[in-house]
Design a protein around this ligand. Structure first.
Ligand SMILES: [Zn+2]
Length: 103
C-alpha cells in the first residue's frame, strides 16, 4: 500500500523547495543586474576620466570604451537597451540594436 499522506507531504515539500529555488534565482538575477549596471557606470566614468586626463587622444570616438563594453555585453547575450537592460536576451532585440547604433 502506498502511503498517500506521506506522498502528498513529499510533493508539498518539493513544491516548497522549488519555490525557494525560484526566489533564490530571482534574487541572484537582481544582483546580476545591479552588478552589470554598476560595471557599465564604471566603464563610462572611466572613459570620461580618461578623456579628461587626455589618454586615448588619437581615437576621437569619445565614449569608445563604453561603446565596446556595450557591444560585448550584447554579444554575450544580454540586453543593453533601457527597457530590458541587463537581462538575458533571446534572439536579437531591436531596441538594443538601435542603442548600439546610436552610441
Ligand atoms: Zn534589448
Amino acid at each position: 500500500m502506498v502511503d498517500k499522506q506521506e506522498l502528498f507531504q513529499r510533493v508539498e515539500l518539493l513544491q516548497d523547495q522549488i519555490g525557494h529555488f525560484y526566489q533564490e534565482i530571482g534574487a541572484l538575477k537582481l544582483l546580476l543586474n545591479e552588478l552589470l549596471e554598476e560595471n557599465q557606470n564604471l566603464m563610462v566614468e572611466n572613459a570620461n576620466l580618461r578623456d579628461r586626463v587626455g589618454f586615448g587622444e588619437e581615437e576621437k570616438t569619445t565614449p569608445g570604451e563604453a561603446k565596446k563594453y556595450l557591444r560585448d555585453l550584447y554579444e554575450d547575450g544580454f540586453h543593453i537597451c533601457n527597457i530590458n537592460y541587463g537581462s538575458l536576451r533571446k534572439g536579437d532585440c531591436l531596441f538594443c540594436l538601435e542603442s548600439l547604433q546610436r552610441t
